[in-house]
Design a protein around this ligand. Structure first.
Ligand code: SF4
Ligand code: SF4
Length: 148
């Protein structure tokens, strides 16, 4: 019985000292949503599309991102433009299907698509998880989502 009491008291003292030690440590919790995380560079969030310095879209509509996507999250439709250049008629990513593997970013030959830092993706309507090219370009212009 004496041994059990001894062990209990040792553990109690250990526990209390840990509590006292941590009492003065700055808490790591944040007051969300007033305070937001700064995502690390390697975080894979919602996709963004980047532009060239002159503002022109980088994406050339090659379709490689859609081909490599393991969850068929990217839909692209293209046609031939007036000057025989490929024009993008439809480009959409379904963030509800995306598994954030990053293959689309890796395969893009012109560095147009990147996984950005947006992490707040909860919606009540699943249709809102479908993101158009224009929305992705807007996010690419916004420093909050472009971590590069
Ligand atoms: S991150 Fe992966 S799953 Fe998501 S769109 Fe890109 S290739 Fe598809
Ligand atoms: S984002 Fe890149 S890989 Fe996808 S269609 Fe545009 S240029 Fe091709």
């Amino acid at each position: 019985m004496g041994l059990i009491t001894n062990i209990f008291q040792t553990d109690l003292i250990k526990g209390l000292s840990l509590t006292i030690k941590n009492f003065f440590v700055k808490p790591v919790t944040q007051r969300y949503p007033e305070e937001r995380w700064v995502m690390p560079e390697r975080f894979r969030g919602a996709q963004i599309l980047k532009r060239h310095e002159d503002g022109k879209e980088r994406c050339v509509g090659c379709g490689l991102c859609g081909e490599i996507c393991p969850s068929d999250a990217i839909s692209i439709e293209t046609s031939e433009g007036l000057d025989h250049e490929k024009q993008i008629d439809f480009y959409e990513i379904d963030l509800g299907l995306c598994i954030y593997c990053g293959f689309c970013q890796e395969v893009c030959p012109v560095n147009a698509i990147f996984l950005g830092s947006e992490y707040e993706l909860s919606v009540t309507d699943p249709g809102r998880l479908k993101v158009s090219k224009e929305q992705m370009l807007e996010k690419g212009d916004d420093p909050r989502y472009d971590k590069l």
